[in-house]
Each structure stands twice: as structure tokens, then as C-alpha cells.
Design a protein around this ligand. Structure first.
Ligand code: SF4
Length: 336
């Protein structure tokens, strides 16, 4: 049986859990009883991209295990400082698909709004680790510009709330955003891309369920879960609450070397997601962002893993293998 640290989150609101997230590598290592030998490399990685991990997520890691698959997603390491050919600051060229602040429009029929620059957690492999969030969020004036832009683009039927993590913002603000979007008649679907129900399951509040399901827009939530150990009882019940409220739930996973790059790990994840009423949607090859090359799994290995996964799972539990290619009008499927 794995030895976990006790979670201190039971009496805290999700906002308190966010504000008390671990933000220094030495605290993360000490909490998990790990050696100080890891600290020098962690500090160099932290200088590139800050450490941020809420306790609710740490509580699912194994005490004393430096190879824990959740820890490896959030502990900065020296390798992040390496310059590796082909790994760049803006691998998806999002900064050139940015018609106004907080708006990314590169897919036909749908558009992405950066609702919040903040995330509950800083995933070391994140393709937006260098994205200029500070310049690119929806505030008062830019929100009105975004609404005007969406109104003028009558072929857009779906708005995707993204970030950062859109659920890092308050329910009050999100309720207002959704109300204004629902008044635009050509919009049909509201999709939310979020990792928060996985990182801090208490984020799934009654208020969230209310604004998300009391609109005429069809609600879809795409969560981001990379490993079966991320789904504990609290996450499971948060996901079931969303499902019972009528939200379509899908998952996207990033294929990560040393974390989930084998068919057994992905099969276990798919089964656990399904038990929580979530369908596997995409398995992404890593976006080639500077600082994340050590997580990269090459295409050939990814295809082999997919073939094994297809042999182990029913079709509805097999995600699509995709990669994002800068300038392409959608995700690029990879045949297996
Ligand atoms: S939660 Fe998503 S956007 Fe935020 S750091 Fe992790 S992968 Fe990136």
C-alpha cells in the first residue's frame, strides 16, 4: 500500500487551497520527505517557470518516491534549462492567431477565450509556459472587444473557455461571461478546458454547477488528466456531480515520457475515467515547448503504445492520438 501525506484541504475553500499552494521546490521536497540533492536542479528549473502545486494534488503522491508520476509533472528539474533543437517558446504560434487581447481564433467554427492567466498548478510540460498571459487576458475593455468580435463572426458556434485555467476565476465572473455569451444567437456550445477538477476537486461548487447548466448553451467540459493516480475519491465524486448536472465530460491527456508512456498506464487511466463518467478524447503528443524536451515521446513509440492500448481496451476507451501543428486549422490525427 502506498504511503501518502495527509491532506489538510478538508476545511478549506477552493480559493484558500489555491492561495496556499506550494510555491517553492524546497517545500515540495520536504513535504514528500525527499532528498535535498534534488534541490539545486529544482531551483534552476523553478527560475525558468515557477513551482505551483496545491496540497490536494500533493496528497495523491507517494511519500518518499522521487519517481512518483504526479510529482514528475510538477517538480522543476535541471533539464528544463537545456536548449534543445526544435523546442521553442511558442510552439503553436498562438501569438499570431490572436485577433484581440484574450482571443485565439485558429479553428473554423470555434474560438478560444483566455479567461484567466492563472492556473491552479504549473505543469512542467505546459505548452503555454512562455505565453504572455499578462498581456493577453480578458478585462473590461478587451472583453467587450471579444464579444464584438464573436458577434461579427457568425460562423462561430462554439466558444472554448481556456487559460491558464478558466475555472481559476470566480463563479460570479464566469456566470456573467456565460450570460453575455448566451445572448449571441449563433453560439450553440460552451466548452471549458480545465485541469482544476483534477487538481482541486472542491472547485466543483454548487454555484459552478448552477451557472454552467442554467444556460441555453450546451455545456462540455474537457478535463486534463494524465495518470490514474490523479483520480481519487474526491475527484471521482466531483466528476460525477458534473455529469449528473448534464455536462458532457471528455478527457485529454498529454503523452509524457516516464509518466504515462505505456499501454498499461493509459488503459488504467481510461478505465478509471470511465468509472467517473468521463470519456477519453485526445492523447496529445507533447507540444515542443522550450524546457520540456525531456518529456518527449517520439511518434513511432506513441504509435506502438496506441496499438497495444487498442488491443487492451474497447474502442470507446481509446483516445485519438493527435498533435498540434502550428498553422493547421485543427488537431492533426496520427494514424496507428
Ligand atoms: S493546468 Fe493546463 S494550462 Fe495550466 S500549467 Fe497545467 S497544462 Fe498548462
Amino acid at each position: 500500500m502506498m504511503n501518502h501525506i495527509a491532506s489538510d484541504t478538508t476545511s478549506k475553500t477552493w480559493q484558500e487551497q489555491l492561495s496556499t499552494a506550494v510555491s517553492h521546490p524546497s517545500e515540495l521536497l520536504a513535504t514528500l520527505g525527499l532528498s535535498d540533492n534534488l534541490l539545486a536542479g529544482a531551483l534552476r528549473g523553478d527560475a525558468e517557470f515557477k513551482t505551483r502545486v496545491p496540497f490536494s494534488y500533493i496528497s495523491r503522491m507517494e511519500f518518499g518516491n522521487a519517481n512518483d508520476p504526479l510529482l514528475k509533472q510538477v517538480l522543476p528539474v535541471d533539464n528544463e534549462t537545456l536548449d534543445v533543437s526544435g523546442f521553442t517558446m511558442d510552439p503553436l504560434a498562438e501569438q499570431s492567431s490572436n485577433p484581440s487581447d484574450g482571443v485565439i481564433h485558429k479553428y473554423k467554427g470555434r474560438l478560444l477565450l483566455i479567461v484567466s492567466g492563472a492556473c491552479a498548478i504549473n505543469c512542467r510540460f505546459c505548452f503555454r509556459r512562455h505565453f504572455p498571459y499578462g498581456d493577453n487576458q480578458l478585462g473590461g475593455e478587451s472583453w467587450q472587444q471579444a464579444i464584438d468580435y464573436i458577434k461579427a463572426q457568425t460562423d462561430i458556434h462554439e466558444v472554448i473557455l481556456s487559460g491558464g485555467d478558466p475555472l481559476a476565476t470566480s463563479d460570479k465572473r464566469l456566470k456573467k461571461l456565460i450570460q453575455e455569451l448566451s445572448e449571441i444567437q449563433h453560439l450553440k456550445t460552451i466548452r471549458i478546458h480545465t485541469r482544476l477538477p483534477i487538481v482541486i476537486p472542491d472547485r466543483v461548487t454548487d454555484e459552478l454547477l448552477s451557472w454552467l447548466t442554467s444556460t441555453r448553451l450546451k455545456p462540455v467540459m474537457v478535463i486534463h488528466c494524465n495518470h490514474a493516480n490523479e483520480i481519487d475519491d474526491a475527484v471521482h465524486s466531483a466528476l460525477q456531480k458534473l455529469k449528473k448536472a448534464g455536462v458532457t465530460l471528455l478527457n485529454q491527456t498529454v503523452l509524457l515520457k516516464g509518466i504515462n508512456d505505456d499501454a498499461e498506464a493509459l488503459s488504467e487511466l481510461s478505465h478509471k475515467l470511465f468509472q467517473a463518467d468521463v470519456l477519453p478524447y485526445y492523447l496529445h503528443l507533447l507540444d515542443k515547448v522550450k524546457g520540456a524536451a525531456h518529456f518527449d515521446v517520439n511518434t513511432q513509440k506513441a504509435q506502438e503504445i496506441m496499438r497495444e492500448l487498442m488491443a487492451q481496451c474497447p474502442g470507446y476507451l481509446v483516445p485519438k492520438l493527435v498533435r498540434e501543428v502550428a498553422g493547421e486549422p485543427g488537431k492533426t490525427s496520427i494514424s496507428v
